[in-house]
Write a new protein. Sequence first.
Length: 94
Amino acid sequence: MTKADMVVQLQEIIGEEKVSKAECERIWNGLIEVIAEEVKDGGEVKFGSLFKVYKKHKNARKVRNPRTGETFMKAARDELGCKVMRDGKFLIQD
């Protein structure tokens, strides 16, 4: 599902007569911006009891290039983490 598909579904759920497609897209973009800022600041965003998005830190570590066998240090970095919570696990089960 693409962003455009999600915007159309959001518009259908809210009601086409109440909100235009452009307004739904602004709502979607605003939501993404709020999530990005919260995670960037070290917080986590929970989507009900479905899943949560958070920033996780990866320490520097020694890695090896499998082609050349050369070893080097990979720098420490922050990554985006996502964890499926209790109710999210039940969505795909019959």
